[in-house]
Design a protein around this ligand. Structure first.
Ligand code: HH2
Length: 408
């Protein structure tokens, strides 16, 4: 072998700066060059063709690349999506150049800037949930699942007795849960709907037994306004809505109470969702749908710091849809909200491993570890003890910072 060559994988500017400093570059050089060592591919939703052509021209003049569909070159379409490739430095140049351009290009530039800002890793964010401020970015939060239902797909019937459920809730906290998610209605495909009265009859005794007794916030997994309202009044701090705000009053409630709000994606309803779910581009469509739900929440005056998004693994998705979402989870960072992942013991794991619900803990561990690598902030799991360990190990690797290590 002649020359020794190394390959570096750089995912953000801070990492690039570290590499350059280690290489012996001086401070000014590090500052100048770091944005040139980060490469980024962005896809712009269709913009008017004349705007797309100017973006292409400007990006090429900066040494970056901009791909348009063939029909755009033939001027045969009115709008075109733009696939951009470049360094952070080239994007900064592009944004600057677009500032003096017509056809809404200044605004497009501002959107590009904002998107780049949103995907930067952030360490010191908090999730506002009622009186709680949960720190994000340094440790993955564990949301422990407590289903008080006769028919949940994996623990149905186990905690219908309030005393057993309260006991289990305390056990989950002792095992490392940072949040308890209590549910009184199963969302498994085809599960029969439950009335408000029945759902509250299941939830309230358990909520009363846990609120104030455990040191972690309690989340209520419901799609019903009346249920969420009563539970928040009785000490819950988070609304976990698997319907993606089908009832916008849930957002109003979060705004009024300051509760945390999990906005999950679902195609259809639990009754219909697994009957032939269809997408042309599953990742893009789920991101767009979550963007609309979060916009709605903010219009109802929910603060961005209260909102968490969730791609809704298994909710109106086939095995392929779920695997593609899991493979491309990092793309959800473009929305700028913390990400929650709920894969625990789900059917996609059963399909891949050909194992029943009670043997899916290792499969769940794989999704948790890879989710954390992709930028997930919260994992919703049944096996809290095991997944707290998986997350701690994954955090130690993913969030490893040699500078901090040197200080310790
Ligand atoms: N999955 C389930 C229920 N609630 N909430 C969020 N935010 N994300 C999820 O992925 C999610 C969720 C389904 O799991 P489980 O609670 O175990 O089953 P069931 O709905 O049958 O009670």
């Amino acid at each position: 072998m002649g020359l020794r060559i190394k390959v570096h994988s750089i995912s953000d500017e801070a990492q690039a700066a570290r590499l350059l400093a280690q290489h012996g570059c001086d401070r000014v050089g590090v500052e100048m060059m770091a944005p040139k060592f980060c490469h980024l591919v962005l896809e712009l939703a269709p913009v008017p063709l004349r705007a797309a052509l100017i973006i292409k021209q400007e990006m090429l003049s900066l040494g970056g690349e901009a791909a348009l569909p063939r029909k755009a070159a033939a001027l045969a379409i009115e709008e075109a999506g733009v696939l951009l490739a470049g360094t952070l430095k080239q994007y900064q140049g592009l944004v600057q150049k677009l500032q003096i351009q017509p056809f809404g290009l200044k605004e497009i530039g501002a959107e590009i800037s904002a998107a780049i800002e949103r995907i930067k890793p952030k360490q010191d964010r908090v999730w506002r949930c009622g009186q709680y401020r949960l720190p994000l970015g340094r440790k993955t939060l564990i949301m422990g699942i407590l289903n008080i239902t006769p028919d949940s797909f994996s623990d149905g019937g186990a905690y219908l007795d309030p005393a057993a459920a309260i006991e289990r809730g305390k056990e989950l906290v002792a095992q490392g849960a940072d949040i308890l998610d209590i549910g009184g209605e199963s969302t498994r495909p085809g599960a029969p709907p439950v009335s408000v009265e029945e759902e509250l009859a299941r939830l309230l005794p358990v909520l009363d037994g846990l609120a104030g007794e455990v040191a972690v916030p309690i989340s209520v997994d419901t799609t019903k306004y009346a249920v969420a309202k009563e539970c928040l009044a009785r000490g819950a701090a988070i609304i976990n809505d698997v319907s993606g705000l089908r009832d916008p009053r849930l957002a109003e409630l979060a705004a009024e109470t300051g509760a945390g709000l999990v906005v999950m994606h679902i195609q259809g309803t639990p009754q219909t969702m697994q009957i032939n779910p269809v997408y042309t581009n599953v990742v893009g469509e789920v991101i767009d749908s979550l963007r609309r739900s979060c916009q709605l929440a903010e219009e109802k005056r929910v603060l961005p710091e209260q909102i968490v998004i969730d791609p809704g693994i298994g909710f109106g998705k086939t095995r392929s849809h779920n695997l593609e979402l899991l493979q491309r989870l990092q793309e959800f960072r473009v929305l700028g909200y913390p990400i929650l992942l709920g894969t625990s013991r789900k059917s996609v794991i059963g399909q891949v491993l050909d194992l029943p619900v009670n043997e899916r803990v290792e499969g769940t561990a794989a999704t948790v570890a890879l989710g954390i690598q992709a930028g997930v902030d919260i994992v919703r799991v049944h096996d809290v003890r095991q997944m707290a360990r998986v997350a701690k190990m994954a955090d130690a690797i993913v969030r490893f910072d040699p500078d901090e290590e040197a200080e310790n």
